[in-house]
Design a protein. Sequence first.
Length: 432
Amino acid sequence: MHHPIARLALLCVLAVLLAGCFDVETEVVILPDGSGFVTVWTRLSTRVVAIASALANSSPEADKKELLQNLDRLFADQPGVQLVERGFLTEGDDQVLRYRYMFENAKALNEFWARPENAKLAFAIYQAKIDWTRTGQDCDARYTANLEFAPRAETEIYDLRGTVFADQPPAVQRLLIDEFYRGHFRARLALPGENHGTDPSMIDTAGFPMWETTVIDLYRRGWKIQSSSHFTCPAGQARPLQPGETYPAPSLSMTVGPHATLAEVLRTFADLGDLVHLEIDVQVHRRSEIKITYRIDPRVSEPVRNLLLLPFVTMPTLAHDWDVSSQQEESGFYVFQIKTKRPMRFDETDSPFLFAGLDHDRYVFRMRLPQLSFAGARPPETAGRVQLKAHVKMPGPIRTSNATIVHDDTADWTLTSRDLLQPVTLEAICDD
């Protein structure tokens, strides 16, 4: 395995990249049962990647393949921790290594972070420890969590043995390391319920606190962040299902009489696993278009299919002109689709859930998705089941977005039920 800075350090000196060579963002999601997910994003300039590979007589594709193989080896046969996703994304001028792994409990996660192998990868978490507690149940539940990074020994931080800089004077080696690790390190703690961080650096678009430091300060001084959360159950919330209870089939048509609430519809998803997918496609301009598609496995019974369609009843309050269609594909899947017949001014609907249009001197897409509270009770092996996909095309290059993948003027989100444990806001912004 290569030294984590053997190639890139040389490039950083040649290019005098004083702002640091890479940024790291880490998200730790803790579920009510004590399991959870860790997602890591490492961003590096595409130009830096290309030049570094050339200097090493390699190629970006070969280097990426080697990094993914190193990740696979890192997670091989690790008790209580499992790699569920890894790959490279392109975001503007950056290459992003994104990987996610699940953990069964805090003990398994802490043991994994303590492994010396993590120190050999510049983008891996090493010598961190998390602990969390819960008090109360259901609507009275409260959570607290502490995430602490231990400082590293200076001999470990400034070790350049086996690199092209091993023969340089100590002062030069120290300067090189300081500049290489000057990039940002951001951390997000996501607990069940409404989150409140202790002195966070910022709040993200989903309402979670985030903290920020530099990689070199993290290594030198260590770091400790704290967060807490609580549940707030709204008045009049429908009671939970009792053991063995099932939803009755709707007795009225979609357009007559009272309808099930959106919360009841979403809870129906609890027993459907990956049998239902929701796809959202939006074209944003001064007049915008939206298309919403359900794909339902034929094993889902007709009464439940009808119940899943009930949210469409409220759609006319968002736009005045819709085209609704349904069909069964050759694959057997039932496809229900609703889309605007012509472009609409979604920025003039006063909808609290969707904005798609011009806001002063920028175009904004913003869609709020409700919490799928049932997902927290699912076992860890359900990780990675896709619940929702969204594709948004903006009128120009996207400047800001929380999408899974951003490419020029398009943003794509791929969300599993785990991602929807809390209300989520999809957002993309570009200049007019």
